[in-house]
Write a protein that binds this ligand. Structure first.
Ligand code: SAH
Length: 485
């Protein structure tokens, strides 16, 4: 009872001493005080801190770092001086090796907690996380909001953590150096031509975001200005300002007049060059003895609206692992659900008999078909629609090809919300030998794997592939196999 009495007294603004033992899924440090769990922003595993309680819940609370008593031995000084203000990199103060350990632990624990998989199993089957040698300058896509700074000047940068106020950042260390040149050119054009930035509280002004896509293999650069209107004034001046940017392939203007957090609107207009960039991905050796380096590569055409993995170096590792887990010999029938522009499908097609891709964004499906043609791949077929509609419909149609109905392998790579239950049910009915699940959210991965494994599959392999270094985002690949009984 004494402890309860003590707990009852804990209140907002109380200062407590905590040793940070873990980190939560948003990167906050986790410490315990008298059996209560506290989440402390900006604290990392190993820190000893004084923290001021900001909010109390029934079984846990939130606290702010008040004083560092002893910093963790895993702390490092991040390359970016804006790390504590910008909301982009939540864990860059943690040494990179520890970031990988944190992500792997998070995935395994989530599979245990939500998926019901035994800790001994996840411990045994997970291979060490695949990280980057140089975890900076890896992103091939950036979306900079544009606005007015406190001093009334034009700014472009990133949102401060949990807010919509813009911190000026012209050289984000996660992206390539050329982005800085693009941003400065766009801001100079706006200033000289009196083009107003968008004001989201009043819904006035014009330029909302500058979206930059870089193709690392070809050095091509696409710049897209998102505007709150129909037309960008003095377009020729913008073209002139950007023309000097090395690799510039196209300039586009996207119209988004809605008061929303969604960045792109529906209408995109090309004002210079072409409306896509070309990139190329090659398979990589991921250190696995049964998957030698092959040098296979595929060229891709990427439209502004299409999904494309943001970290090309790690994507090459991820796709190599997809192929390794898929275990293809040349004859197999494979479905690639949530296929985007056909990135994984086209690698699979080179080692399978037939590949069927499914994707809900029409523009991406169009890119996928063009990509297949461009690479001379004839054994990949693409369906436009939601996986949860296409797959059951296909399964129930009477004239469906029997190999397609009972594929050898299904690959899924859904967005964060995971697979729809109807999609999972259809997968179980189709009974492929193997399912390779690529996931960007451990919680929905765990939920979906539980359903699939209850449907007659077992967990065989798993690995974290770090696509989002310094952030809390986690990419995982898992292989499940049909139970033999
Ligand atoms: N495998 C691809 C894309 C993965 S991202 C790659 O590696 O590049 C997930 C994709 O799923 C996106 O292209 C998104 O447009 C698509 N998507 C989202 N919901 C979907 C659904 N219900 N059915 C099919 N595709 C969907």
């Amino acid at each position: 009872m004494a402890m309860l009495d003590k707990l009852d007294k804990l209140d907002k603004n109380d200062v407590i001493e905590l040793t940070i033992e873990d980190m939560g899924s948003d990167g906050a440090g986790v410490g315990r005080y008298e059996g209560m769990t506290f989440f402390v922003k900006d604290a990392v595993t190993g820190d000893k801190v004084m923290a001021r309680i900001t909010k109390m819940k029934k079984n846990y609370g939130f606290a702010r770092l008040e004083k560092m008593l002893k910093p963790s031995e895993h702390r490092v000084t991040p390359e970016c001086e804006l790390h504590s203000r910008c909301g982009g990199c939540q864990i860059s103060v943690l040494a990179y090796g520890q970031q990988l350990a944190y992500k792997q632990k998070k995935v395994q624990e989530t599979l245990n907690r939500i998926g019901g998989f035994a800790p001994e199993l996840t411990e045994r089957i997970f291979e060490p996380a695949a990280g980057m040698d140089y975890p900076y300058r890896y992103r091939n896509k950036a979306q900079f909001p544009v606005g007015t700074g406190k001093d009334g000047k034009l700014v472009a940068g990133f949102y401060a953590a949990r807010t919509h106020s813009i911190i000026p950042v012209s050289d984000c260390r996660l992206g390539p150096l050329v982005n800085r040149e693009v941003l400065l050119a766009v801001l100079a054009y706006m200033e000289e031509n009196h083009v107003e930035p968008y004001d989201e509280t009043r819904g006035t002004g014009l330029v909302r975001h500058v979206l930059i896509r870089n193709a690392f293999a070809t050095n091509e650069v696409m710049v897209c200005l998102v505007i709150n209107g129909r037309r960008l004034p003095a377009q020729d001046k913008l073209i002139a300002a950007l023309r000097g940017v090395e690799g510039l392939t196209g300039i586009l203007v996207n119209q988004n007049r809605k008061n929303t957090n969604v960045i792109l609107g529906d209408v995109t207009q090309l004002i210079y060059g072409r409306d896509y960039i070309m990139d190329s991905i090659s398979l990589r050796d991921c250190g696995s003895p049964d998957f030698p380096r092959t040098g296979e590569s595929v060229d891709y055409r990427i439209s502004p609206q299409s999904f494309y993995q943001v970290n090309p170096e790690q994507t090459e590792k991820l796709y190599s692992l997809v192929l390794e887990y898929a275990g293809l010999t040349g004859k197999e029938t494979v479905w690639d659900l949530y296929c985007g522009i056909g990135t994984i499908s086209l690698f699979l097609a080179q080692r399978a008999g037939k590949v069927y891709g499914v994707e809900s964004v029409p523009q991406a499906i169009e890119d996928a078909r063009k990509n297949a043609a461009q690479n001379g791949i004839v054994n990949a077929e693409f369906f436009e629609g939601k996986a949860e509609d296409v797959l059951p419909q296909f399964y129930q149609s009477e004239d469906a090809d029997v190999d397609a109905l009972h594929p050898d392998v299904i690959v899924v790579d859904p967005p964060r919300k995971g697979c729809d239950e109807r999609c999972l049910e259809a997968m179980i009915q189709m009974r492929p030998e193997r399912i390779v699940y690529v996931s960007c959210d451990p919680a929905t991965l765990a939920r979906d794997l539980k359903i699939l494994c209850d449907g007659g599959y077992e967990l065989k392999r798993g690995r974290v592939v770090d696509q989002f270094c310094h952030t809390v985002h986690v990419e995982t690949i898992v292989l499940i196999q049909k139970k033999t009984s």
